[in-house]
Design a binder for this molecule. Structure first.
Ligand code: NDP
Length: 419
């Protein structure tokens, strides 16, 4: 019996919205608002008559707090789901605070303009103090903790798959499987093939910023940073097979290092094929991944934004992507005085996702947990004032919901470990 405002209507939002519409008992009414309203209207048209959820649409520029406040006042939701881009996290959090509404998102804050001097100064200090140089980090959103506490509101950060489900796996492992967790390796394998020589399976700008950055991991209480793609491993993934995977910096390492007591090492690996890496290196070498504006024939052009306009939209990859994903966490540690290992993971089939919601598995594996995170807030199971990541909540209802809503998980007690 809830009303929700969903901001963004791209690949991930499309899957999340369809899952909300399969769960009309909780999502009685949704308003979809995005920069391009026609995309919201198209989705509404597709869903109407097939769901009991009442759907309305609006146009909004989520970079503008006043516009957001006017929209929230008009819609009067109990929760705002931010499924736009990480660039909008802070403006949407500000608007939620002004209007007294709970907040959630699927990725932590990152500025669109990395030349902004105010941001730059804090960023350079953080690089020095913390020891990793990714453009995204939790400090900006954790700074809202007291404001959300005082307002009696909850902000749930990063309820996608990774971040998101991977942290629920960690909380579950800590609660049920281990007395002490010593190491966590998060593995993100996409064994899907879309047939293009080069395309990204979520927003290209955010994706390419993430994977072209230096890698880093957490070990013995501090960050270790290494050149991009310099640590490579081979891994035999259940239902996918042998894949090359590379160590990346990833946002959930930062919160898990704080929230899993005694953890000695946390790493994140993602699989990439040769074609993807060769294209990315080439694009980087010629300057196409630059995020600053360059002058071209009297216009200001940001190369990575121009590249996004040339690449296939991730939301259109659904019909042509075949294969499976396998994403999960390998834990080592101690249970009842004995050494123990476990891999908790989900396998998802691109074509099955497409048949169900018209999206490939990356949008699906992010959109389903976005809906589940929203449901946890709406039904009161995860309500506590402040700003929190997924592992800070009771994992069991979220883990049950993953099984129920399309992302069943399994545990291997004898997994192949990563060197
Ligand atoms: P898309 O680019 O497909 O969609 C983004 C949507 O946000 C579009 O509808 C876009 O509008 C809208 N938008 C962008 N800027 C604004 C703005 N200023 N005002 C209003 N709307 C705006 O991205 P994805 O769906 O691939 O990704 C969505 C989010 O999910 C991202 O934050 C991404 O980082 C995150 N993600 C998280 C994952 C996880 O596992 N946790 C995995 C994958 C993604 P328009 O149509 O006009 O462009």
């Amino acid at each position: 019996m809830s009303k929700v405002l969903i901001i963004g209507c791209g690949g991930v939002a499309g899957a999340a919205i369809q899952k909300c519409c399969q769960n009309s008992e909780v999502f009685e009414s949704i308003c979809i608002a995005s920069r391009t309203r026609s995309k919201c209207d198209e989705l509404k048209e597709k869903l109407e008559g097939k769901t009991n959820t009442k759907i309305t649409t609006e146009q909004v520029d989520a970079d503008n707090v006043e516009e957001l406040v006017a929209l929230i006042e008009k819609v009067q939701p109990e929760l705002v789901m931010n499924i736009a881009l990480p660039y909008q996290d802070l403006t949407i959090m500000d608007a939620c605070l002004k209007c007294g509404v709970n907040y959630m998102d699927t990725a932590n804050y990152e500025p669109e303009d990395i030349s902004d001097p105010v941001w730059r100064e804090k960023y350079e200090r953080r690089c020095e103090e913390e020891g990793f140089s990714a453009y995204f980090d939790y400090s900006w959103q954790w700074a809202y903790k007291e404001k959300f506490e005082k307002a009696g509101l909850t902000a749930l950060l990063g309820s996608g798959f990774d971040p998101g489900v991977t942290q629920a796996y960690c909380a579950y492992a800590q609660k049920h499987l281990f007395d002490e967790i010593h190491t966590i390796d998060i593995l993100d394998c996409n064994g899907g093939d879309h047939g293009y020589p080069f395309a990204t399976n979520f927003n290209p700008e955010i994706n390419l910023r993430e994977v072209s950055a230096p890698g880093s991991y957490w070990e013995d209480g501090h960050w270790v940073e290494v050149p991009a793609m310099s640590i490579k491993r081979e891994y035999n993934f259940d239902q996918v097979g042998m894949k090359d995977m590379y160590l990346l910096h990833h946002e959930e390492i930062e919160s898990l290092a704080k929230n899993i007591p005694g953890v000695k090492r946390i790493r994140f690996f993602m699989t990439f094929g040769e074609s993807y890496l060769t294209h990315m290196k080439c694009l980087e070498n010629v300057g196409m991944l630059r995020t600053d504006a360059v002058e071209f024939e009297g216009h200001k052009v940001v190369p990575i934004q121009f590249l996004k306009a040339l690449l296939p939209e991730p939301a259109t990859l659904g019909p042509r992507t075949v294969g499976k994903t396998n994403i999960g966490c390998i834990f080592t540690g101690i249970k009842d005085g004995k050494e123990k290992q476990a891999y908790i993971y989900n396998v998802c089939d691109h074509q099955e996702c497409y048949q169900e919601v018209g999206s490939q598995a990356i949008s699906y594996t992010t959109g389903v947990p976005a809906m589940i995170g929203a449901m946890m807030l709406l039904n009161g199971q995860w309500n506590k004032p402040g700003v929190y990541t997924v592992e800070e909540f009771e994992p069991d209802p979220y883990m049950d919901a993953l099984n129920k809503y399309g992302l069943p998980w399994q545990i291997s007690e004898q997994p192949q470990l990563v060197e």
